[in-house]
Design a protein around this ligand. Structure first.
Ligand code: GLU
Length: 446
């Protein structure tokens, strides 16, 4: 690694040794930047890396709320406003028991480069809470969201900071959050994306991340004159991203054979089609957070406590959570002849898994490129809200395809430019970094 990058990384490790996930994501990005940093000494001269790895600000607050038993519960809420040189802070809210400031710093850092790759005017941020929505009623979710917004609203604005959904935050939560914001602020602003299609949301936003990841897969396959038609796809998760992937893969002639949850995974060799696809939505709404229900309903195999990466598949699409595929899983996929790995989640591969996959020559798309369709569609939603207008589904889909095609081209070209053909990790990091870094140079020290 270039000396400057090494120094910045080492100093970060000394400063935040407990922020493991954040250090992991910075290591992953700066590991690709040696040549670019060598090529342009202005980056070092202007301390671009030091400024990039430190969020503009971190907002941390308590979220007290009352549960159905009448008990007062206290959770932690956060918003990490990382970088806004390319537009308002933009990125989802994650409600999950595992959420810490380190998780959100890592996700916010990734978001800067992802949003940069979309080519839209989107800065990077992320927020959320350690609130666990599992087995909570609608009323409890509403209480929690209202309390969360009681603090959050003062930091938001359509040109300032625009959160969206992420793990544990879907259309229902966005509804409660938006209602609370609108009342507290006394203003109807396009301040959250993923809103209901009838009140400022964009058509196709729920599908966009999964559709976008599948479009990215298609672009990658095109470079090898290959196609999704007839391919077997293993997917993890059962939420929004997974649902979009299943729908689009089906449409393009592929077959998705797995889904997973915290309890294990299901194997459905016939493929997840028809009413089974709709059942994904029922599972999410049930709040039970388990895929065993699918196995019971459709009489397919359920493998408790296991991950789907042991099945034979042409394509693997991790769509659940960070670090859900380790070296051992990667070795299994390689052994089974998997040719493509496309990330629907953020950083689902451990650094060890990434190394193994690269050595095996698998075509591998990192989430900051392949799952950018969601935030891109959020960008379209912001444009529609700003003009009080609404695009048709066809218009959104066309724009989404273009963005994904363009992200693929940027990754492909950047990897070629530095003689690393087909290294999409390298390409995504370099292309994402250059746009942000150059904007920072243009805008002076701030
Ligand atoms: N949470 C999604 C992501 O990781 C979407 C963010 C957004 O739409 O702002 O990119």
């Amino acid at each position: 690694m270039n000396r400057y990058a090494t120094e910045v990384l080492e100093s970060l490790k000394r400063k935040y040794p407990w922020e493991e996930e954040f250090i992991q994501s910075v290591t992953e990005v700066v590991g690709s930047l040696s040549e670019v940093l060598d090529q342009n000494p202005n980056y070092k001269k202007n301390a671009i890396l030091e400024r990039l790895v430190e969020p503009d600000r971190t907002i941390s607050f308590k979220v007290p709320w009352r549960d159905n038993q009448g008990n007062v519960q206290i959770n932690n809420g956060y918003r990490v406003e990382f970088n806004n040189v390319l537009g308002p802070y933009k990125g989802g809210l994650r409600f999950h028991a595992s959420v810490t400031l380190s998780t959100l710093k890592f996700l916010g850092f990734e978001q800067i480069f992802k949003n940069s790759l979309t080519g839209l005017l989107l800065g990077g941020g992320k927020g959320g809470s350690d609130f666990n929505p599992r087995n909570r009623t609608d009323g409890e979710i509403e209480n929690f969201c209202q309390s969360f917004m009681m603090e959050m609203f003062r930091h938001l604005g359509p040109n300032k900071d625009v959160p969206a959904g992420d793990v544990g935050v879907g259309g229902r939560e966005i509804g409660y959050l938006f209602g609370a914001y609108r009342r507290l602020k006394g203003s109807f602003d396009g301040v959250l994306t993923g809103k209901g299609a009838g009140w400022g949301g964009s058509i196709l936003r729920p599908e966009a991340t999964g559709y976008g990841a599948t479009y990215f897969l298609k672009e990658m396959m095109d470079t090898r004159k290959d196609s999704i038609d007839g391919k077997t796809v293993a997917v993890s998760g059962f939420g929004n991203v997974c649902w979009g992937v299943v729908k689009k893969v089906n449409e393009l002639g592929g077959r998705v054979v797995t889904l997973s949850g915290p309890d294990g995974y299901i194997y459905d060799p016939e493929g997840i089609r028809g009413e089974k696809v709709d059942y994904l939505l029922d599972m999410r709404i049930s709040g039970r957070d388990q895929v065993a229900d699918y196995a019971n309903k459709f009489k397919v195999e359920f493998r408790r406590g296991k991950r789907p990466w042991e099945v034979k598949c042409d394509v693997a699409m991790p769509c659940a959570i960070q670090n859900e595929m380790d070296e051992h899983d990667a070795a299994n996929l390689i052994k089974n002849g998997t040719k493509y790995i496309v990330e629907g989640a953020n950083l689902p591969l451990t650094l060890g898994a990434m190394k193994k996959v690269a050595e095996a020559g698998i075509m591998y798309a990192p989430g900051k490129a392949s799952n950018a369709g969601g935030v891109a569609c959020s960008g379209f939603e912001m444009s529609q809200d700003a003009l009080f207008t609404k695009w048709s589904g066809a218009q959104v889909d066309e724009a989404l395809k273009n963005v994904m095609k363009n992200i693929h081209t940027q990754c492909y070209e950047a990897s070629k430019e530095f003689n690393r053909p087909n290294d999409y990790v390298f390409g995504a990091n370099v292309a994402g970094f250059r746009r942000v870094a150059n904007a920072m140079l243009d805008q002076g020290i701030n």
